[in-house]
Design a protein around this ligand. Structure first.
Ligand SMILES: Cc1cc2nc3c(=O)[nH]c(=O)nc-3n(C[C@H](O)[C@H](O)[C@H](O)COP(=O)(O)OP(=O)(O)OC[C@H]3O[C@@H](n4cnc5c(N)ncnc54)[C@H](O)[C@@H]3O)c2cc1C
Length: 415
């Protein structure tokens, strides 16, 4: 008799949250992460935690830490060449989605959820699964470095380009739906001495922005742009990505030349396509996917971090409710999350129109909307900022059972 052993691939957001809950419910999780150490500091843009995802943070006892680490962006300013800036209070852009909302740097969130689990959960950094073989009663996992091991269950929390998904369900191309945009984020000196303000330049099909982070000596800079098809570059070659960004942004003025110079010195560039993962099912046999690996709604446009947190909690709750049985537990996870995922997918295309306006007219409409928003009554503002209703509908669908109402495993057989 023993606790069921669960291998989790990926230690960013979904992986540690899942590990926390599985451990608390009586499982024995092991997390394997490809990078040599936690990518906690640099790497990534601010992400959003809405209502139910914040409930999960509270139940983990890290709600206060998340609150303290929230970003300090209070104002968002739109810069248009030759025109006056337009500003809007940042909170007004998300208040329709949920009354509770915290914006936090992805790395800070990753650090908080990792720290909440590091003493109870086995973490293996600098390694990756290479093969998974379902042997009936258990899964045999082989790794790039460590020797083979058996687990009762395996969960891929390894992001948009998940190895677990590829090994069990097939090549990425089969499930990826490119939404026609890209995102690049990196750290630069805060040369404009920005305090609580995010400023962004918008020209048709391209945006560039920056906002201060941490002690405000540095800023996070980013580019979001439209692309008719996927760019042809090696995802692991950062120099190739830098060259591409110079080609795409080299003709722009404003702060862009300084940002490009900063890009060449930055060591934390994160660049990816805005792509959704659309799969008929996120589970198969003894293997499941959670977070971006199974249902990425598109980086920067669909609430993927909240979805990853909600998905991880639901997976752990349904597994413990099923007494650790993957057939019933995974089926219930799929059923519970299906409507949430469906809604999250509908946000991306509209969000791209908003964050990367394609034409001068669209930029003008955005500027007018930003001007108007503060003058509207709260109820009207809320209606406008729900992402066509789908963002708040997504959260409404996330019905989470508080942990106190869930059972604990009382000992199951494990090999
Ligand atoms: C460095 C970084 C920067 C990001 N920046 C942004 C951003 O600016 N804007 C945005 O919208 N989203 C960003 N994301 C994605 C965002 O974190 C996720 O959309 C969201 O938080 C869901 O999290 P996730 O845990 O499902 O996936 P992710 O956060 O993508 O995490 C996946 C984890 O799996 C690990 N991994 C990948 N392959 C393997 C493997 N073979 N073996 C073991 N581990 C593996 C990765 O290193 C990573 O730690 C970023 C992710 C990372 C890792």
């Amino acid at each position: 008799m023993g606790q069921p052993r669960v291998l989790i691939s990926g230690a960013s957001v979904a992986g540690p949250v899942l590990a926390y809950w599985l451990h608390r419910f009586g499982f024995r999780p092991t997390v394997v992460e490809r990078t040599a150490e936690l990518r906690a500091g640099g790497g990534g843009h601010a992400v959003d935690l809405f209502g139910p995802a914040l409930d999960v943070m509270d139940w983990m006892g890290v709600g206060d830490q998340v609150e303290r680490a929230r970003t300090t962006t209070e104002v968002i300013a739109l810069v248009r060449p030759g025109r006056p800036w337009v500003e809007v209070p940042a909170e007004m852009l998300s208040e329709g989605v949920s009354e509770r909302h915290i914006e936090i740097m992805r790395g800070d969130l990753a650090r908080i959820v990792f720290d909440a689990t590091r003493n109870q959960v086995e973490y293996v950094f600098g390694d990756s699964i290479t093969a998974l073989q379902d042997e009936g009663g258990a899964v045999r996992a082989t790794f790039e470095h460590a020797g083979p091991r058996h687990f009762d269950l395996v969960v891929g929390a390894d992001g948009l380009h998940s190895i677990t998904r590829r090994l069990i369900f097939g090549p990425e191309e089969r499930f990826s739906r490119f939404l026609g945009g890209y995102l690049a984020v990196f750290t630069v000196p805060n040369h404009l001495a920005l305090e609580n303000r995010m400023i962004g330049l918008s020209v048709p099909g391209r945006t560039a922005w920056l906002y201060p982070v941490g002690d405000r000596t540095h800023a996070r800079a980013g580019f979001l742009w439209r692309a008719p098809r996927l760019h042809d570059y090696d995802r692991h070659d950062l120099d190739a990505q830098r060259r591409l960004l110079h080609e795409l942004y080299g003709d722009l003025g404003w702060e862009v030349p300084r940002l490009l110079a900063g890009l060449d010195r930055a060591d934390d560039l994160y660049m990816d396509s805005i792509t959704q993962i659309v799969m008929p099912t996120w589970t198969g046999g003894r293997v499941a996917l959670v977070g971006d690996a199974g249902y990425c709604p598109g980086p920067a446009v669909g609430g993927g971090t909240s979805l990853a947190v909600i998905g991880a909690y639901l997976l752990a709750s349904e597994l413990v409710r099923a007494g650790g049985d993957p057939t019933d537990g995974f089926a219930a996870y799929q059923r519970a999350l299906e409507p949430v995922v469906r809604h999250s997918r509908s946000i991306g295309p509209a969000a791209i129109d908003l964050v990367i306006p394609a034409t001068r007219r669209r930029i003008w409409i955005l500027a007018q909307a930003m001007r108007l928003l503060p003058r509207l009554p709260l109820v009207v503002r809320r209606r406008i900022t729900t992402g066509g209703g789908s963002a708040s509908a997504m959260l409404d669908e996330a019905r989470l059972t508080p942990p106190d109402l869930l059972p604990r495993l009382t000992g199951l057989s494990g090999r």
